[in-house]
Write a protein that binds this ligand. Structure first.
Ligand code: HPA
Length: 272
């Protein structure tokens, strides 16, 4: 079976299970999966029920798709994603995004936990992603292009929608919620960066670093979706503070900010 056929089979299953499919989808990053519990009248689909859907086993990732209502809108939330550092191919990492695109989702909100590179940021801050630097050493569009998804050389000059960023900025201001913005550099991982790498990324213009989001955003743009990216700065990046990085801190900070994060997401979705 071609990738396209596998994706269509998963989409076919979800079309039947979820009818009608929402136009807005949210990918929830490490420790941010609670948003799925904030949806009214939820329909839950475990990832292992969806044909060919990859199942991630990273701590903090539940692995379920939830459709429900928020702010009067129906939205699809993905709690748990596959990462490149798990050893998956880029095709596996972006399988879910491809399925969403084929389902007719128009707006994709991608969220993640990230390390703060810019000294203006601090642990617990929320950062709107203005743009990204792909430092993952790969690209999800490598290989033959399937024109049913999009063009061979897709434009990435506004990968994170200016319109959606402006909606998010307005919502945060109205809620009195501080919202930073900056450039996200996506790295392969899974080791955290060295202080020298973080200094290099700062010189390159990056404000935050993480191990996800870049592949999904590229594929979503390839398919013509409008993308919004939000990073939860769970820790300052390596070498910024005189302390080692631990995954527990990432999860703790995500827990701490989840109230503001959920309110922001709800507010944004209510205005789309
Ligand atoms: N580096 C890379 N990925 C991350 C970090 C970090 O400091 N924090 C959360 N995800």
């Amino acid at each position: 079976m071609s990738d396209f056929d596998l994706i269509e089979e998963a989409a076919g299953y979800l079309r039947q299970t979820l009818a009608p499919v929402p136009e807005i989808a949210v990918v929830l990053g490490s420790g941010l999966g609670n948003f799925a519990d904030a949806l009214d009248t939820p329909t839950v689909v475990a990832y292992d029920k969806i044909p060919h859907w990859p199942v991630s086993r990273v701590v903090g990732h539940a692995g379920r798709l939830v459709v429900g209502e928020v702010g009067g809108r129906r939205v699809l939330a993905l709690s748990g994603r596959s990462h490149f550092y798990e050893g998956h191919s880029m095709g596996v990492v972006t399988f879910a995004t491809r399925v969403l695109g084929r389902l007719g989702v128009k707006t994709l909100i991608v969220t993640n936990a990230a390390g703060g590179i810019n000294l203006r940021l601090s642990a617990g801050a929320l950062m709107l992603i203005d743009d990204h630097v792909n430092f993952m050493g790969s690209n999800p569009l490598i290989g033959p292009n399937d024109d049913r998804f999009g063009v061979r050389f897709p434009d990435m000059s506004e990968i994170y929608s200016a319109r959606l960023r402006s909606v998010a900025t307005d919502v945060a201001r109205d809620q009195g919620l501080p919202l930073e913005h900056g450039v996200y550099v996506g790295v392969h991982g899974p080791s955290y960066e060295t202080p020298a790498e973080i200094r290099a990324f700062r010189t390159l213009g990056a404000d935050a670093v993480g191990m996800s989001t870049v592949p999904e955003s590229i594929v979503a743009r390839h398919m013509g979706l409008e993308v919004l990216g939000i990073s939860c700065i769970t820790n300052m990046a390596a070498g910024v503070l005189p302390q080692a990085l631990v995954h527990d801190e990432v999860m703790e900070t995500a827990q701490r900010v989840k109230g503001g994060f959920i309110a922001l997401l709800k507010g944004i979705i209510g205005r789309l």
